[in-house]
Design a binder for this molecule. Structure first.
Ligand SMILES: [Cu+2]
Length: 486
């Protein structure tokens, strides 16, 4: 294309975006990033909604042999009453909404049969799992309608709370939003031996946290405005395991919560009523070396954290709320008293930190642009282009920056950067050591505007993988690239 015409088009397009965006900002439809506005506009605030927290079922392993596991997943249409009396169309794995929790152990040989019963293609990506590229479930592993994809792999990493979700080119946002997401747990000798709660759904509680934009009649249409392309799709309500304002009954003991931000775009600021202290014990890819005492926790889209809370000083009938900023998400009821004495663990595991002196290659990833123009290193996703070529088992340093422009009164856009097929270590945020709870294994890192994040990683699996922004509307717009490990 003629260079002048190209620049002319870029300028015209940018001005158009600016005009449309300003319009949307001032007409204020849907939820603003400002949570106070979110609560005022809450269409359900006058409706009764208190129900028990659903616990996703554990998926049955159909291979009886020790050291092997086989699972069946069906991708299907469903419907669900998020609000009493209002049914809406959803998607789910083996059910109406969300998916069962898959639980495996380090060293297991795993087979999964994923049957697509939708009349559109999908993929299933094992987020955080270190497996060869063709088993990763990215945009290249398309499962057509009425087809079954049968990935197999050996679990070759430490205990962790991972998850699975679709990764179809340009369609990830809608499929995840409609309900396709599930947890994927790995256990190992360390997680088995640690003195921490391990009873699934009793004192080891999965929490899949997602916001939804409900209409007046309880529907959750996925229709993107220009503003949604800018900020990502933001909801006006928050669901936990598919339930609105759920209640969780617990004993007054130490409890482990595994939080997944499975939302398309929002970053949460979790805390509990009365600023109760808790201890983060794991980040995306496994245990931290020591438990970190804190009273609030920020999780960007796709990030996970495991936390312990000690309720032993609470009494029958006490209530505690889980919050996002000032907004109540879930009520915890102390429903049973116990005399069980337990102690919060201090040391959890030993992390072998990478040695920066051994870095063989430094790569830069610049996230830029806005709305449909978002890009990494100035490029938008192209399935036929390999952006980076890496050597197997070499230590690399990736320098990730965010140069997206902020708009007027709006804050600039932080982008959560996710790398497939690897767990990395954050070594610097703007030249400084990362906070304590980011000094463990990570696969997704939030990069703020004008921030430079440096991570170290050894890529141990061969094949073609993705790196991308995990605001799903940005990913779908093309904020993604491909790297080949050989
Ligand atoms: Cu982004």
């Amino acid at each position: 294309m003629n260079k002048n015409i190209k620049w002319y088009l870029i300028i015209v397009f940018s001005v158009l975006i600016l005009i449309i965006y300003t319009g949307y900002y001032f007409t204020d439809i849907g939820r603003s990033l400002d949570r106070e506005i979110m609560i005022e506009n809450d269409p359900l605030s006058d409706k009764e909604n208190s129900n028990k927290l659903p616990i996703p079922p554990l998926l049955e392993d159909i291979d009886p042999e020790e050291g092997k596991a086989e699972f069946n997943l069906k991708v299907q249409y469903g419907s669900k009453e998020f609000i009493k009396g209002y049914k809406t169309e959803t998607l789910g794995y083996n059910g109406n909404y969300l998916g069962p929790t898959i639980k495996v152990s380090k060293g297991d040989d795993v087979k999964i049969n994923v049957e697509n019963m939708l009349n559109e293609p999908t993929t299933v990506h094992w987020h955080g799992l270190e497996v060869p590229g063709e088993m990763d479930g990215g945009p290249h592993q398309v499962i057509d309608p009425n087809n079954t994809w049968k990935p197999y792999f050996t679990i070759d990493q430490q205990a962790a709370t991972l998850w699975y979700h679709p990764h179809l080119l340009h369609r990830t946002g809608e499929q995840v939003y409609k309900g396709l997401a599930g947890l994927f747990y790995i256990d190992d000798s360390i997680s088995n031996e640690l003195n921490i709660p391990k009873e699934y759904g009793i004192n080891d509680i999965p929490l899949v946290i997602q916001d939804k934009r409900f209409t007046e009649n309880g529907d959750i249409p996925y229709e993107l405005s220009m503003r949604d392309l800018m900020n990502g799709f933001l909801g006006n309500e928050v669901l936990i395991n598919g339930a609105l304002n759920p209640q969780l009954d617990l004993k007054n003991e130490i409890v482990r919560l595994r939080l997944l931000n499975g939302s398309n775009a929002i970053t949460y600021e979790f805390s509990f009523s009365n600023e109760i202290e808790f201890y983060q014990i794991a980040s995306d890819g496994g245990f931290l070396e020591n438990s970190i005492r804190m009273n609030k926790l920020s999780l960007a889209p796709a990030e996970r954290a495991e936390i312990l809370i000690d309720f032993s000083n609470y009494k029958l009938g006490d209530k505690i709320t889980l919050r996002d900023a000032e907004y109540n998400l879930m009520t915890i009821n102390i429903a049973e008293e116990t005399n069980k004495l337990s102690k919060l663990p201090d040391n959890l595991t030993e992390i072998k930190y990478h040695n920066r002196d051994e870095v063989s290659k430094i790569r830069k990833f610049v996230m830029s642009g806005m709305g449909p123009m978002v890009a990494i290193n100035g490029k938008q996703m192209n399935m036929d282009r390999i952006d980076e070529k890496l050597n197997l088992n070499e230590l690399e340093e990736w320098v990730i920056t965010n140069e997206s422009v902020g708009m007027g009164m709006m804050n600039s856009t932080p982008h959560p950067f996710h790398i497939h097929g690897v767990q990395f270590q954050i070594i610097e945020r703007n030249g400084k050591s990362p906070p304590l709870n980011e000094r463990g294994w990570k696969d997704t890192v939030l990069v703020d505007n004008d921030e430079e994040v440096r991570v170290l990683a050894v890529f141990r699996k061969k094949g073609l993988f993705m790196y991308h922004c995990h605001i799903l509307e940005h990913e779908d717009s093309g904020m993604m690239g491909q790297f080949l490990v050989e």
